[in-house]
Design a protein. Structure first.
Length: 120
């Protein structure tokens, strides 16, 4: 199935204890430090293995490694394929998809910052 929400495109499949999603990176600067930390932290919270592939390069990287994720230099417009295998694989993919759809919580943070500078 293919979904499109707020500039996010996703394809989810789940054969047995495996699941995957393909996402189009729409965040202004891609996966910079803060989103990468949130992403790897979420990935580490699941017992399954989770890997990413950038722009269909054929190179799968450990999504639980901040060094691998940051080193991939995932920019806006990149296609990110994420696959999970093992216990709670489907939950992991849904959680990661939600994190991306929510723009890593940054839209909310920007609104909070603006509320602190009113009247300045």
């Amino acid at each position: 199935m293919t979904e499109k929400r707020q500039g996010l495109q996703a394809e989810v499949s789940s054969p047995g204890s495996a699941a995957s999603v393909e996402l189009l990176i729409t965040h202004g600067v891609g996966l910079h430090a803060r989103p990468s930390v949130l992403f790897t932290r979420l990935a580490k919270s699941f017992p399954c293995s989770i890997e990413i592939e950038v722009n269909r390069s054929g190179l799968w990287l450990n999504a639980k490694s901040i060094v691998k994720v940051m080193g991939a230099r995932i920019r806006k417009g990149s296609t990110l394929r994420i696959r999970a295998q093992g216990l709670k694989a489907q939950e992991a993919i849904h959680g990661i998809e939600a994190l991306f759809a929510n723009d890593f919580g940054e839209a909310r943070d920007a609104d909070d910052e603006r509320s602190h500078v009113r009247g300045a």
